[in-house]
Design a protein around this ligand. Structure first.
Ligand code: THU
Length: 130
């Protein structure tokens, strides 16, 4: 888990968040054990910004991976930073319900781990469209 947290911290350092000043880093392990990270990227046209998890998912998919097996997220300070609702759904696309989402302080200390099912119960996913 430490490699994942370190990657999320390094990604957070690259966050482009001049408006909220809330810097977020996320890292996701894929089915091959590779780690993909991302930061939030805000925009002067506010609604055009996006979340750290979104950047991480994009990196994971662009690597050719198709599954998320573990996630770490951290924001400012030591307040619990869970993925927003939209990001929970983005993770859901590639993750099983038992996938762990580790929420850490900005210094990388684990605060609380959730399963995706805990954060997004009774979710809608790819299976619904089969
Ligand atoms: N943010 C994320 O990057 N991930 C989340 O799950 C929660 C919110 C970002 C979006 C915005 O740039 C800033 O945090 C404040 O909402």
């Amino acid at each position: 888990m430490q490699d994942l947290i370190k990657a999320a911290m390094a990604a957070r350092a690259k966050a482009h968040a001049p408006y909220s000043k809330f810097y977020v880093g996320a890292a996701m392990r894929d089915e091959h054990g590779q780690v993909h990270a991302g930061c939030n990227i805000e925009n002067a046209a506010y609604p055009q910004g996006w979340c750290a998890e979104c950047s991480a998912v994009a990196h994971l998919v662009m690597s050719g991976a198709t599954r998320i097996t573990e996630v770490a997220v951290l924001g400012n300070g030591d307040v619990l930073c869970t993925p927003c609702g939209g990001c929970r759904q983005k993770i859901r696309e590639f993750a099983a319900g038992d996938v762990k989402i580790h929420c850490c302080t900005e210094m990388g200390v684990l605060l609380k781990s959730f399963t995706l099912d805990e954060l997004l119960p009774a979710s809608f996913g790819p299976e619904n469209l089969k």
